[in-house]
Design a protein around this ligand. Structure first.
Ligand code: ADP
Ligand code: MG
Length: 253
């Protein structure tokens, strides 16, 4: 995608769980090369919105237009193939496998044959390809030196970076990160922000769910704020910070 191209157009997406409206007709757009922060208190509907965009959940209604095509309702594997990749709010890993194996495993999970088919039919060439891609993406985000450590021995910061490397293996143009900075120490947050800035400079577009206002403010181009399933506002970091509604809802002041 070219910088500034309308990459993602989320149009009035809605998700109901029984009587609960988790995402209430939310709309926003994301342009190529930008980082957008999706903010809001716990339970606002941020992760559910991610799940609607990435096909993890079906929509009640609405459209998700990615590069001109409505991807709403497509299976998540197909959406990944089109160039949308994500991490989850909670780290998904096999602790007693190495970092490299954990990253390569993501490729198996997304391969055409599905996880079990791929594991059973261990195609040597495919395996070599997955491992070389995993190695490349780990090097890309500065984790080459941790490749052969057990994932479970890593601190939380490097574990989150490992997940980003895994998401990068499908060569996405849009990367969705669900609270990557949560629970990180200051140094780890700075390292993460540095990696995200680098990925942006390489042309990646990023949608980032985040709680930490300070982390978001210095990093993102735009912010969308959600509360109780609805969009409260979209704007630049400065506009959002100046909004009395946002301060009241999000900061509780
Ligand atoms: P956030 O990520 O902003 O904290 P979520 O998207 O996780 O919020 O949740 C939004 C609302 O939807 C919450 O009230 C949550 O309890 C509810 N919810 C999320 N997932 C489910 C589910 N699978 N079934 C029922 N309710 C859910
Ligand atoms: Mg969440």
């Amino acid at each position: 995608p070219t910088r500034g191209e309308l990459l993602l157009d989320v149009k009035a997406v809605r998700k109901e769980f029984g009587g609960l409206v988790a995402v209430n007709d939310v709309s926003f757009t994301l342009r190529g090369g930008d980082i957008m922060g999706l903010l809001g208190p716990n339970g606002a509907g941020k992760s559910t919105t991610f799940n609607l965009i990435t096909g993890v959940l079906g929509l009640t209604r609405g459209e998700v237009v990615f590069r001109g095509r409505n991807i709403a309702g497509l299976p998540s594997r197909e959406i990944a193939r089109l160039g949308v990749s994500r991490t989850f709010q909670h780290v998904k890993m096999v602790p007693d496998m190495t970092v490299l194996e954990n990253v390569a495993l993501g490729g198996y999970l997304r391969s055409k044959a599905g996880p079990f088919g791929a594991m059973l039919r261990l195609d040597r060439d495919e395996e070599r390809r997955l491992f070389s891609e995993a190695e490349k993406q780990l090097a890309r985000i500065g984790m080459a030196d941790k490749m052969h450590e057990l994932a479970g021995n890593l601190a939380l910061g490097p574990q989150r970076l490992m997940e980003i490397a895994r998401a990068l293996c499908t060569d996405p143009s849009l990367l969705l990160l669900d609270e990557p900075a949560a629970g990180l120490r200051l140094k780890e947050k700075q390292a993460l922000a540095e990696v995200l800035r680098q990925l942006k400079a390489e042309g990646l577009t990023i949608l980032l769910v985040e709680h930490d206002m300070d982390f978001v403010m210095g990093l993102v181009d735009h912010i969308t704020v959600m509360e109780f399933g609805t969009k409260l506002m979209s704007g630049t970091p400065a506009e959002v910070q100046a909004s009395p509604e946002v301060r009241a809802a999000y900061l509780g002041t």
